[in-house]
Design a protein around this ligand. Structure first.
Ligand code: C2E
Ligand code: MG
Ligand code: MG
Length: 685
């Protein structure tokens, strides 16, 4: 223990330079990385930086060397040189990663920062004769080097640079540190044989070589950084999303195909993903735009961390897209989602991910160029998110079913005009039957898309997609145009046309076209009596801007059209709707017939009674059984619609039934005929 006491008492006298340089090291760390942060955090980081500084390695090395030297006769030998060098390099190898953790930076920034302090210290050992000189040279050189490299240090600390990923940069800085360190030890121990200072000519030559080497290092590194920073900034202005530091979408589409090709050569299965941060809007609203920006950057970092072998790009807003290895992707996304959730302040954040294996590429868009194919896969992955997934499931994988549905969706969006022009879009009619008299009172007009490639498409395949892009008005106006043609045909056969109700969507009113003008034009061109056309507006369309619907209802009324409320009871504000809007007819949602239990019956009865007191007629949708029909007779429902009478059918299917109804009606001179011929085979369509 005697050696320890001697070392400790003599330490300050000889090595106060190290203590001071360590403090300088910690101060620079705070200035560069923790500026503007809380004082307590700065003090904590200052102490930790000091303890993990290059100088701590120097102190440990001094202590260990003394301990070894007290047991073995080393002075002036080659063994002495090797032991002294090792005593320094081993603690350095441990302290650098520790320092990196303490200040929380990635890559070789820490190695480079160490190198500058290490060089200053070693250089002073080569140049100084006294401890005081050594201190002055060390401190001045440290400040000069850090000042000269301040921009570069900030760059490697904070920027996502190739320098942070390139091992060669780290290795070259570390090798340089080893060479300078050994050079500093060499004159002291081997050439001079003494404890400190440099005595003979060869030792001076080594010192000179050390100085030249340091100069060379400084110039070389400056030049290197300059070139790399300029190049990376140039690339970044094109390739990087400035808000998150992730790649830009254009970068993904430009480099993605090459990346996928290389992965395919290596036999590595890849997948394209699209992800969105659920509830992100709440962060902007509740905590401000800056908090939102921080969250986006953190999410980008988490994705990059989870998929270092992939390409992560910001698509827009809170959406990211990219290419990642297929293996374990689901689990890794689930982990990222958990971490994103942990970042929530009060707003249950989570990730929703659509994942599409690149093996689906050919199926998605055969023959397209690789960039377009990748873009189609990104679109497909984005669409997958909107398909229902199991509760708690983060990742929705694109299966064959989703792929097919998306294919149809894109086909629908791109060919709606063609569908109208070529009459792929046609109208089927479903009768509404008077509950008390049994005769057909009218029809609901429902669109069908008979596609030459995909066959008959039901509305769920085209209504929502066209609503999404506000093109559904093309379908709805087509219904009126088709009805106009039908009326002319009926009149040609000497039959009286019955009224129809046609569906309009909220998107029609928001599409920017003159919807009312177009409807008027169609009614006029077919000389249609306004009493023959009713407008159905679904209850769900009443959500949103409260002024749009009252204005629309009023406008339709002024045009002389009845306005019917569709799917009443499917939303949660049904009674308010009755209070706030004036509908001529209420169509009771078919869910009540589907679940025809006592509760549903009580509700339907109440709706019919309430509507009758308000002077409003009612339609029960989805009537499939005689029992339901009889119940509706008891409760005073006005009309019934459902498979019990007929599925929606092409108009020709009803011509004969209408003719029979008219004939019977005139024969009996009573306006009503009992309904029967339409109840053929409910499952016939
Ligand atoms: P909706 O307006 O409520 O139409 C009634 C739907 O119920 C129709 O489905 C009809 O075929 C179906 N249906 C009628 N009776 C029964 C029954 O007894 N049992 C069962 N299970 N179903 C029955 P469809 O034709 O598939 O239309 C679905 C929805 O698509 C319509 O609901 C409507 O909201 C929308 N839609 C249809 N055509 C058009 C259109 O031309 N324009 C717009 N904007 N939407 C349309
Ligand atoms: Mg309807
Ligand atoms: Mg309905």
């Amino acid at each position: 223990m005697e050696w320890f006491g001697t070392w400790l008492s003599a330490y300050w006298l000889r090595n106060y330079t190290d203590v001071l340089q360590g403090l300088l090291f910690a101060a620079f760390t705070i200035l560069m990385v923790f500026r503007g942060q809380k004082k307590s955090r700065q003090i904590e980081k200052f102490i930790l930086s000091f303890l993990t500084s290059y100088n701590s390695a120097q102190m440990i090395s001094g202590l260990v060397y003394r301990w070894i030297a007290s047991r073995h006769q080393l002075t002036g030998t080659l063994a002495d040189f090797l032991v002294a060098s090792l005593c320094l390099l081993v603690p350095l190898a441990v302290l650098i990663p520790l320092y990196r953790r303490v200040i929380g930076i990635l890559g070789p920034g820490a190695v480079f920062f160490y190198t500058l302090f290490f060089c200053s210290n070693c250089m002073s050992m080569l140049l100084a004769d006294t401890a005081f000189q050594r201190m002055c040279i060390t401190l001045v050189l440290s400040v000069v080097l850090v000042a000269a490299f301040r921009k570069e240090l900030r760059y490697v600390f904070f920027q996502r640079s190739m320098l942070r990923m390139d091992r060669r940069f780290k290795t070259s800085a570390a090798t340089f540190m080893v060479i300078i360190g050994m050079e500093a030890e060499l004159p002291r121990i081997v050439l001079d044989g003494g404890e400190d200072g440099v005595g003979n000519e060869l030792a001076y030559a080594v010192s000179l070589a050390g100085c030249v080497l340091l100069l060379f290092f400084v110039v070389f590194m400056k030049f290197n950084f300059f070139a790399i920073m300029r190049y990376e900034n140039f690339i970044r202005s094109h390739d990087e999303d400035p808000a998150t530091g992730a790649r830009s979408l254009s970068c993904l589409l430009e480099h993605g195909p090459d990346f996928l090709r290389r992965a395919a050569v290596k036999g590595q299965p890849m997948a394209v993903f699209y992800t969105t941060i659920g509830n992100f809007r709440d962060v902007n609203i509740l905590h401000g735009y800056d908090a939102g920006s921080v969250l986006l950057r953190q999410t980008a970092d988490l994705l990059e961390e989870a998929f270092p072998e992939g390409i992560i790009a910001r698509a827009s807003g809170a959406h990211f897209a990219g290419v990642v290895p297929q293996k374990d992707a689901t689990e890794r996304f689930a982990q990222v989602s958990e971490k994103v959730e942990a970042l929530s302040l009060d707003e249950a954040l989570h990730l929703e991910v659509g994942l599409c294996p690149t093996s689906a590429q050919k199926a998605v868009s055969p023959g397209k160029d690789p960039t377009e194919r990748l873009a189609s896969l990104v679109d497909l992955a984005a669409s997958a998110i909107s398909y229902p997934s199991a509760p708690g499931e983060v990742v929705r994988c694109c299966d064959e079913n989703i792929r097919k549905q998306e294919e149809i969706r894109l086909h629908v969006l791109s060919s709606v005009d063609k569908a109208v022009k070529n009459r792929w879009l046609c109208v089927y009619y479903q009768p509404l039957v008077e509950v008390q008299g049994g005769r057909i009172a009218g029809f609901e007009a429902l669109s069908r898309w008979i596609d030459p490639t995909y066959g008959p498409l039901t509305p769920d395949k085209f209504v929502a997609p066209l609503e999404g892009v506000r093109m559904i008005y093309k379908v709805d106006l087509n219904v009126l145009a088709a009805y106009g043609r039908e009326v002319q045909k009926l009149q040609g056969r000497g039959l009286t046309p019955l009224p129809i109700s046609f569906n309009i969507s909220r998107a029609d009113l928001e599409s920017g076209i003159d919807l009312y003008g177009e409807i008027e034009r169609l009614l006029d061109s077919a000389s249609l009596d306004r009493r023959l056309v009713h407008v159905e507006i679904s209850e769900s369309a009443l959500n949103g801007d409260s002024q749009v619907m009252p204005r629309a209802i009023e406008r339709f009324h002024r045009m002389g059209l009845e306005v019917w409320m569709d799917d009443f009871g499917s939303g949660y504000s049904s009674l308010n709707v009755l209070k706030d809007y004036r509908f001529d007819v209420i169509k009771i949602d078919m869910e009540f017939m589907r679940k025809f239990d006592e509760r549903s019956r009580v509700i339907v009865r109440s709706i019919c009674e309430m509507a009758s007191s308000l002077g409003t007629r009612t339609v029960a949708e989805g009537v499939e059984t005689k029992e339901q029909y009889e119940f509706l007779q008891q409760v005073g429902c006005t009309y019934a619609q459902g498979y019990l009478f007929s599925k929606p059918q092409p108009p020709e299917a009803f011509y004969d039934a209408l003719a029979a109804q008219e004939a019977k009606s005139s024969r009996e001179s009573a306006p009503r005929i009992r309904f029967s011929p339409l109840v053929q085979n409910p499952k016939s369509t």
